[in-house]
Write a new protein. Structure first.
Length: 222
């Protein structure tokens, strides 16, 4: 059984697609996707040989050695472009994800990017929006009493003028209770930061402006 975070990632995968799970660890997601008939083939990639060996044991235990390849790779460095339709990066910080995407050795247009940042989701969204990507869908996964953003992004090459609140909640549907709760958490964090900086005598105008934009957006759904 997949965790809530990985289940949310799985929901964005192309039916019959060829997936690459970057930072696969034990390869739980690729195994599940292939077993369920969602992914036709999969690559389980990791920067460490230890995690990759664990992945190989999981794959072998499920009798999927011929359908799931393991590749030792720093991000996307060693991933064969033509063998992948969907790229999944989950369980890392947003800044690390930006580095992986920015360092990709092949164009990302035509690829579905399924991204689940553990931290700094706003940095990831900022990079996507400013580098020709659009977030098609975004949802929340509730796990261990925490909320995590999970997004589906694709490259269009277009320039987008993005509202400030979108850096914090992206394309989330705020009629969903978990997404609304996530947005409320983001507003609370921004508000605490703004108040702390103001008390310290160093007001953070950017945080205050973003908090106000998010507050106005949330008023439509409360």
């Amino acid at each position: 059984m997949l965790s809530a975070r990985l289940q949310a990632c799985a929901s964005f995968v192309t039916q019959g697609g060829r997936i690459c799970d970057v930072g696969t660890d034990h390869a739980l997601l690729p195994v599940w996707l292939v077993e369920q008939g969602i992914a036709a083939e999969a690559i389980a990639a990791d920067i460490g040989s230890g995690p990759l060996q664990a992945a190989e044991r999981t794959i072998a235990a499920h009798g999927l050695t011929g359908r799931i390849r393991t590749i030792l790779s720093d991000g996307l460095a060693n991933i064969p472009e033509r063998e992948v339709t969907d790229i999944i990066i989950a369980g890392m910080g947003g800044e690390t994800m930006v580095h992986i995407l920015a360092s990709a050795p092949f164009p990302l247009d035509g690829k579905r990017l399924i991204l689940q940042p553990m931290t700094k989701a706003e940095i990831l969204r900022q990079w996507l929006y400013s580098h020709g990507f659009v977030i098609r869908e975004e949802c929340c996964a509730r796990e261990d009493n925490r909320l995590y953003a999970v997004m589906l992004a694709e490259y269009t090459g277009a320039c987008y003028k993005i509202a400030l609140w979108a850096l914090r909640i992206g394309a989330m549907d705020l009629t969903d209770p978990d997404c609304l709760a996530y947005a409320e958490q983001q507003l609370a964090r921004l508000t605490r930061r703004s108040e702390a900086m103001r008390r310290a005598g160093t007001p953070d105008g950017a945080a205050e402006e973003m908090a106000e934009a998010l507050r106005e957006r949330l008023e439509e759904f409360r």
